[in-house]
Design a protein around this ligand. Structure first.
Ligand code: GLN
Length: 488
C-alpha cells in the first residue's frame, strides 16, 4: 500500500519503527495532492514550506527521543475557516481577500503542540454554507469516488482529501452536518463532538449556537485520536465546557444487550434505496451480535430541518455583519461609508451567503421575530426534551447520515430546498448540541459510499466511539475511491 493511504495509527507505528520518516509521510501526501489536485481541488492552499519545515522538525525531535505522541509527524489538513498563523483564512469567500490570520485557532495550536504537520487549508462552501462545496468562490471540490459528483459539504475539501490520501486526517466544522455529511459522501469517518467540547477560538463563526469543530479520518480510531488531541477547556472561548470531559482513551462496549434506537423519521421514501438498504443490513448485523434494536419515533425531528434553516441564517446574519470593508479583506469604493460597505458586501459575498443574510435578517425582523426565530427556538427546546426522554430507554440512536449518496455536480445548485434537505439527518444533533459520528459501511450500486450515523447524548462520546468501532468492524469496509488507485 502507498504510504499516503496508511491510517494514522499505522503511520505513527512505522515512524517509531524507522520504516519511514515524517518527511516521507508528508512527501507521500504531497505527491498524492500533486497527482489529484487538478481534478479534485481539495485544497485552497498547500503550505509546502511550512509543512516541510514541520516534518523535518518532527523527525529531529523523534530522533532525539522527544516523542509528542500519536500525531507527531502526521500530515493533517485544516478547513479554511480556521486560522493558521501567517496563512490566509479565506472561508472560500472573496470578501476576505488578502486577510492573513494573525494567530492560530486553538485547535491548530493544539495540533502544532502535538507535533502534527499541517499540510494546508481545505476548500469549503463559502462561510461553511452549503452541502456540496460548490458554493466556494474558488470553484468546487470534486468527489474522488466519481469526479462528476460533489464531495458533500461544507467540509468537502477536508473529506475528499482524507479519502484520496492528500492528508492523513483533517478538521472540519459542523453547523448542520458539515463534517458528517461530506464524510458520508466521501467514504470516511466524520465526527461532531458535543457542543462546547472543542474550542471555536479562531474558527470564523457561522451560527455560534450550532458550530462545532471535529475530525475527519480514515478510521474510527484515527478520529478518536484527533478528537482526544483537540478537545478540552479553553478560556479563550466563552462557550467552552468547563466541567469534566469523558475518558475516550480506550472506549469499548458489549453489543450484547446494547439498546439501540432506530430513528423512524430518518427512513422511508425520502431516502435513497441504496442508502436504506446498506443501513438496514448494518442494523441486522448489530442485531445478530446481540444488540437490541428497536424503532423509535421522535416526531420533533420532522421540524428540525426547518428550525435549523431559521436559527442558522439568523445567527449568520449577525456574525457576518463584521465583514464591512473596514475590518477585514476586501474593500470596494463608495462615496459614503455606507455605500462603501454595501458595495463591498454586494461584491464580496456569493449568492448563497447573501440568501442566508436575507433569510436571517427577515426571520429576526420586528413583527416576524417571534413567529420565525422564536418558533424555531421552541422547536429546538422541544427536540432537546424529546431526546432526553428517548435516551432514558436507549444507549445510542442510529440512522443514515444522509438521504442520498454523492449527487451530481450542479444537480441541486438551482434548488436550494433540495440542497438543504441533505442535512435532514444531521441537523438535529446540532440543534441539541449532542455528538454524532458517520462511519462508512458500504458502497451502493453506483459504487458510491454510504454513511451510517451513530447519535449519542451529550458527553456520550466514549460509548458512541465504541459503537462506531463495532460498526466499522462489522462493515469491514475497505473499498477505495477510484482516484486513490493511482500509483503515485
Ligand atoms: N449544509 C448546512 C448549511 O448549509 C450545514 C452547513 C454546516 O454544517 N456548516 O447550513
Amino acid at each position: 500500500m502507498n504510504l499516503a493511504e496508511l491510517d494514522i495509527v499505522t503511520a505513527a507505528e512505522g515512524l517509531r519503527k524507522g520504516d519511514h520518516t515524517a518527511v516521507d509521510l508528508l512527501e507521500a501526501s504531497l505527491a498524492r495532492a500533486n497527482h489529484t489536485e487538478a481534478e479534485l481541488h481539495c485544497y485552497l492552499h498547500i503550505d509546502h514550506d511550512g509543512a516541510r519545515a514541520a516534518a523535518e522538525e518532527a523527525d529531529r525531535e523523534l530522533a532525539a527521543g522527544n516523542d509528542r505522541g500519536p500525531l507527531h509527524g502526521i500530515p493533517l489538513a485544516v478547513k479554511d475557516n480556521m486560522n493558521i498563523d501567517g496563512l490566509e483564512t479565506t472561508c472560500a469567500s472573496q470578501i476576505l481577500t488578502g486577510w492573513v490570520a494573525p494567530y492560530d485557532a486553538h485547535v491548530v495550536g493544539l495540533l502544532k503542540e502535538a507535533g502534527a504537520v499541517l499540510t494546508g487549508k481545505t476548500n469549503l462552501d463559502e462561510f461553511a454554507m452549503g452541502s456540496s462545496t460548490e458554493n466556494s468562490a474558488f470553484g468546487p471540490t470534486r468527489n474522488p469516488w466519481d469526479t462528476d459528483k460533489v464531495p458533500g459539504g461544507s467540509s468537502g475539501g477536508s473529506a475528499a482529501s482524507v479519502s484520496v490520501g492528500s492528508s492523513f486526517g483533517a478538521f472540519g466544522s459542523d453547523t448542520g452536518g458539515s463534517i458528517r455529511q461530506p464524510a458520508a459522501l466521501c467514504g470516511v469517518v466524520g465526527l461532531k463532538p458535543t457542543y462546547g467540547t472543542v474550542s471555536r477560538r479562531g474558527l470564523v463563526a457561522f451560527a455560534s449556537s450550532l458550530d462545532q469543530i471535529g475530525p475527519l479520518a480514515r478510521t474510527v480510531e484515527d478520529a478518536r485520536i484527533l478528537l482526544e488531541a483537540t478537545w478540552g477547556h479553553d478560556p479563550g472561548d466563552a462557550t467552552s465546557w468547563r466541567g469534566d470531559f469523558p475518558d475516550i482513551s480506550s472506549p469499548t462496549v458489549a453489543l450484547d444487550g446494547l439498546r439501540i434506537g432506530v430513528i423512524s423519521q430518518l427512513s422511508g421514501e425520502a431516502f435513497e434505496p441504496g442508502v436504506t438498504d446498506a443501513v438496514s443490513a448494518m442494523i441486522n448485523r448489530l442485531s445478530d451480535e446481540g444488540a437490541s434494536l428497536e424503532e423509535i419515533s421522535i416526531p420533533a425531528i420532522d421540524a428540525a430541518l426547518p428550525a435549523y434553516y431559521l436559527v442558522a441564517p439568523s445567527e449568520a446574519s449577525g456574525n457576518l455583519a463584521r465583514f464591512d470593508g473596514v475590518r477585514y479583506g476586501l474593500r470596494e469604493d463608495g462615496a459614503t461609508s455606507e455605500r462603501m460597505m454595501s458595495a463591498t458586501r454586494a461584491s464580496g459575498f456569493g449568492p448563497e451567503v447573501i440568501r442566508r443574510i436575507l433569510l436571517g435578517t427577515f426571520a429576526l425582523s420586528a413583527g416576524y421575530h417571534d413567529a420565525f426565530y422564536g418558533q424555531a427556538q421552541r422547536v429546538r427546546t422541544h427536540l432537546a426534551n424529546e431526546m432526553t426522554r428517548v435516551y432514558q430507554d436507549f444507549d445510542v440512536l442510529v440512522s443514515p447520515t444522509t438521504p442520498t449518496t454523492a449527487f451530481g455536480i450542479g444537480s441541486k445548485t438551482d434548488d436550494p430546498l433540495a440542497m438543504y434537505f441533505s442535512d435532514v439527518a444531521t441537523a438535529p444533533s446540532n440543534l441539541t448540541g449532542h455528538p454524532a459520528v458517520s462511519v462508512p459501511i458500504a458502497v451502493d450500486d453506483a459504487g458510491l459510499p454510504v454513511g451510517f450515523q451513530i447519535h449519542a447524548p451529550a458527553f456520550g462520546e466514549a460509548r458512541m466511539l465504541a459503537v462506531a468501532a463495532e460498526v466499522e468492524r462489522l462493515a469491514d469496509f475497505d473499498a477505495r475511491p477510484a482516484l486513490a488507485g493511482s500509483p503515485v
